[in-house]
Ligand binder design. Structure first.
Ligand SMILES: C[S@@+](CC[C@H](N)C(=O)[O-])C[C@H]1O[C@@H](n2cnc3c(N)ncnc32)[C@H](O)[C@@H]1O
Length: 259
């Protein structure tokens, strides 16, 4: 891992190198885990977005920006990767603008200039959790709210945890999870992992993650002056056998916070 001073550049380079592979993985509408577990929860916490100015912080290839623009929001997407922002711009239709920017320092935007902020699966990828939440507090209107999701830190199979696997299930073609094992939960640390495409090919670069405890997330929220309005550990909206493991432990954690 590089020093903190060069960390942002390192992370930007990783996402730039992975931009095409990431956009293919997302497939314009999210992975099955996003669609069947996370996005319905995000949607219910976001509420009515019509006519609202919405910041999609760490927008990736922009599928949620496009989705909420379709629902009538004026969406501003920001991402540290110029390659991903290029993809967003190519795919954008109405009510959307995209900028290269860092959620650790949202100097592009004035105080209280957004009604809603969405930060989907990004805060576990940044070194600046406390600063990002302070920036969200600054740019959010007093009546607005922020919804953010993370991979659940207590069951994070990229970080301190992993499934103990059994045989492959012939029906789902997924290995059966015997039990989930976790260790060193309190050891907050950066780590890097390669993601793989759906056909098993490694992404060009490893991706940086930052393991933190749930209490650190809650303290960052409170430190920024937010109040927690809702907290969810969403479960699959389908009874498809493919998601058997995700019915046993939470894959994602989702917060709704306001002023
Ligand atoms: C796992 S992806 C999620 C993308 C998108 N929110 C989604 O749900 O598809 C994480 C995103 O965070 C972006 N990112 C990482 N660090 C960032 C930072 N400091 N500021 C803005 N975006 C950042 C990456 O470029 C990447 O697009």
């Amino acid at each position: 891992m590089p020093k903190v001073s060069t960390m942002e550049k390192h992370i930007k380079d990783q996402w730039d190198a992975n931009a095409i592979a990431f956009a293919i993985l997302i497939g314009g509408q999210g992975t099955p885990h996003h669609r069947m577990i996370l996005n319905p929860c995000i949607d219910s916490l976001m509420g009515n977005v019509e006519g609202k100015r919405l910041l999609d912080a760490g927008c990736g290839e922009g599928y949620l920006s496009r989705y909420y623009a379709e629902k009538g929001a004026d969406v501003v997407g920001v991402d540290i990767s110029s390659q991903l922002i290029e993809i967003c711009k190519e795919k954008a239709r109405n009510n959307q603008e995209f900028h290269v920017g860092d959620i650790c320092d949202l100097k592009l935007f004035r105080d209280t200039s957004f009604d809603l902020i969405l930060c989907n699966l990004v805060l576990l990828n940044v070194p600046c959790l406390f600063k990002a939440l302070e920036e969200f507090q600054r740019v959010l209107r007093n009546t607005g709210h922020l919804v953010f999701s993370i991979v659940h830190p207590a069951f994070d199979f990229y970080g301190p945890g992993t499934w103990e696997m059994g045989e492959k299930d012939s029906e789902t073609n997924r290995r059966i999870g015997l039990f989930f094992k976790i260790d060193n939960y309190f050891d907050e640390r950066p780590y890097e992992r390669y993601w793989r495409s759906r056909d098993g090919r490694k992404f060009p670069r490893a991706i940086s993650f930052f393991h933190r405890t749930i209490s650190t997330y809650i303290n960052a929220i409170l430190n920024a002056g937010f109040q927690i309005q809702d907290f969810r550990e969403p479960t699959p909206i389908t009874d498809d056998a493919f998601f058997e493991r995700e019915r046993r432990i939470p894959f994602f954690a989702v917060f709704k916070v306001g002023k």
